[in-house]
Design a protein around this ligand. Structure first.
Ligand SMILES: *Cc1c(COP(=O)(O)O)cnc(C)c1O
Length: 460
C-alpha cells in the first residue's frame, strides 16, 4: 500500500477548521442556542463503514495515480468548503447566500481577468458539461439557431448538448496531431455565415490544443461565433513553458465570444465547480425570466438571473475564493509554477517513451497529457500488450489509463502496424499534480520494471 497519508497533517487541518468554525458561529451568538440531538459517537460506525467502502477507490490523491483527469483539491479548498457547510449557502440568489454570492463574483472576475476580460459576464456552475450547455444555449439564442461545429476530438458533451438544444451538430475532422483541421472546417462551412465554432484548448483525450489563431482568421472571412472549451486546459494560459504555437492559442482566448474553464479540473477544487464566461455582458438578456420565487433585496443583477441552474452550492464559491487567496492567478505565481512542473513531467515521460524500444508515442504532449502505444506488428497485438502493461503497472500501484485512439489518428504515428482493428488501445498518463515532476523518477522506475518483466523476451 502506498503511504503518503499524514495523520498529523489531518489533525492540524481539523484544528484550523475548528478555530474558523468558532469564529463563524460567533457571528450568530445573539441567537438562542440550538443543541443538536445527534451524538457524534453514534455516527462513528457509519463513518467507518463509509471509510471501508471508500477504500475500494484507486488512489486518486497520490502521485502514483496518473490515469484519468483527477487532481485532488488543495487543503485550503477542502477546509473552506467544510467551513461554508456550517451555513450551507445557496448561490441561487443573494438572499440564499450573501457572502458566498459576493465571493463567487470576485472569484469569477479573477478567472475572467486571467483570460483578458475586464467586464465579462460569468458565473460558476456544476461543471464543464453545464458550462458548455449554457454557452451553446446562449449561442443558439444570439446566433439564430446556427449549427455548431466541433472537432472529432472535442468532448462528446457538445454533440449531446446540441441534441438537447435542437441545434445541428457537425463533427470536424482532425489533422495528424488531433487538432481541428481548419481547412476542412472552412469547406464544411461553405461560406455560410451563421455558425458556432467550438475550439478546444486542451482536448480531454490527447490534451492537444486546437488552432484558435486559424479559426480567428477564418472568422475574418466567414463571420461566426467562437466558443472556447478550455474546461481542462484554460489555466495553462498562465504557464510559461509551453511550445510557442501552443502558447499563442492561449494568448488569443480573449478573442472568443465565450469561454469555459473548470476549476474542478486543474483549479484545485472539489467536484461541482465549473465556470462559464461571456465576453459581451449584454447576453444577460438571454437569461431573463420573471420568477415569482426569486428575491428582490439586491439591486445588483443577482446570480440567479444570469445562470441556468437555480440552487447551487455557495460552498463551491467559498472554496474557490479561498484558493485564489492562497494562489492568485499570476504568471509567475506558485499556481502557474505547478502547471509548469506538470508540463515538465509530461515532457520527461515523453522522453522516456521515445528512448524505449518497446513504446511509440502517439502525439507530442502539448500540455500535461501523454499518450503512447506498444511496439508490435499489428494493432491487435499492440492493443493487447498495452492492456497487459496497464494491469501490470496497476499491480505495482502505478495507475495509468487506457485510451482507444482512432486508426486515422494513430496511423500517422504507427505506419508500421498491420491494421487489423479500427482503434488502437494506447496508454495514457495525466500528470496533473504539481508534485508529479518530483515523483517522476520513482514512477519511471516502476514503469521500467513493468516494461522489463513484460517485454524482455521480445525481439524488435
Ligand atoms: C472535462 C471536460 C468537459 C466536461 O466537463 P465536466 O466538468 O466533466 O462536466 C468538457 N470539455 C472538456 C474539454 C473537458 O476536458
Amino acid at each position: 500500500m502506498v503511504d503518503n497519508h499524514s495523520a498529523d497533517h489531518d489533525t492540524e487541518c481539523l484544528r484550523v477548521l475548528g478555530e474558523a468554525l468558532n469564529h463563524l458561529s460567533g457571528g450568530f451568538a445573539d441567537l438562542p442556542s440550538t443543541q443538536s440531538a445527534e451524538n457524534p459517537d453514534a455516527l462513528s460506525e457509519i463513518l467507518n463503514n463509509v471509510a471501508e467502502r471508500m477504500r475500494d477507490n484507486f488512489p486518486y490523491q497520490h502521485p502514483f495515480y496518473l490515469g484519468q483527469m483527477l487532481k485532488p483539491p488543495h487543503p485550503v479548498a477542502s477546509l473552506a468548503y467544510a467551513l461554508a457547510m456550517a451555513i450551507n449557502p445557496n448561490n441561487h440568489a443573494m438572499d440564499g447566500g450573501r457572502a458566498s454570492s459576493q465571493m463567487e463574483k470576485e472569484a469569477v472576475r479573477q478567472i475572467a481577468r486571467m483570460v483578458g476580460w475586464e467586464s465579462a459576464l460569468g458565473h460558476l456552475c456544476g461543471g464543464g458539461t453545464i458550462a458548455n450547455l449554457e454557452a451553446l444555449w446562449v449561442a443558439r439564442e444570439v446566433n439564430q439557431h446556427a449549427p455548431v461545429f466541433a472537432s472529432s476530438q472535442a468532448h462528446y458533451t457538445h454533440e449531446r448538448c446540441c441534441q438537447l438544444l435542437g441545434v445541428p451538430f457537425h463533427s470536424v475532422p482532425c489533422d495528424n496531431s488531433g487538432r481541428m483541421d481548419v481547412q476542412r472546417l472552412e469547406e464544411m462551412l461553405d461560406g455560410s455565415s451563421q455558425a458556432t465554432i467550438v475550439v478546444t484548448l486542451g482536448t480531454t483525450g490527447l490534451g492537444v490544443v486546437d488552432p484558435l489563431d486559424q479559426v480567428l482568421e477564418l472568422r475574418d472571412r466567414v463571420p461566426c461565433r467562437i466558443h472556447v472549451d478550455a474546461a481542462y486546459g484554460g489555466y495553462f494560459r498562465l504557464a510559461k513553458n509551453l511550445e510557442p504555437a501552443t502558447k499563442r492559442q492561449f494568448s488569443l482566448m480573449q478573442e472568443a465570444d465565450s469561454i469555459v474553464i473548470d476549476p474542478h479540473k486543474h483549479g484545485l477544487q472539489p467536484y461541482g465547480c465549473g465556470c462559464v464566461l461571456f465576453r459581451d455582458p449584454a447576453v444577460a438578456r438571454v437569461y431573463k425570466h420573471d420568477s415569482p420565487y426569486t428575491y428582490f433585496t439586491s439591486d445588483d443583477l443577482h446570480l440567479g438571473e444570469i445562470s441556468f441552474e437555480c440552487s447551487r452550492p455557495g460552498a463551491s464559491a467559498v472554496a474557490l475564493w479561498a484558493t485564489l487567496q492562497r494562489f492568485p492567478l499570476t504568471v509567475d505565481g506558485e499556481f502557474a509554477q505547478g502547471l509548469e512542473s506538470s508540463r515538465t513531467a509530461a515532457t520527461l515521460l515523453s522522453d522516456w517513451i521515445d528512448q524505449s524500444p518497446d513504446f511509440v508515442r502517439i502525439v507530442d504532449p502539448e500540455l500535461d497529457i501523454v499518450v503512447w502505444s506498444v511496439a508490435a506488428d499489428s494493432a491487435k497485438e499492440s492493443s493487447m500488450l498495452a492492456e497487459r502493461f496497464f494491469h501490470e503497472a496497476a499491480k505495482r500501484n502505478v495507475h495509468l489509463a487506457m485510451l482507444q485512439v482512432p486508426k486515422a489518428l494513430a496511423e500517422v504515428a504507427r505506419p508500421d502496424l498491420k491494421w487489423d482493428r479500427d482503434t488502437l488501445v494506447c496508454l495514457r498518463a495525466c500528470l496533473m499534480k504539481p508534485e508529479h515532476q518530483e515523483w517522476l523518477p520513482r514512477i519511471l522506475e516502476v514503469l521500467d520494471s513493468c516494461r522489463r518483466d513484460l517485454f524482455q523476451d521480445r525481439s524488435h
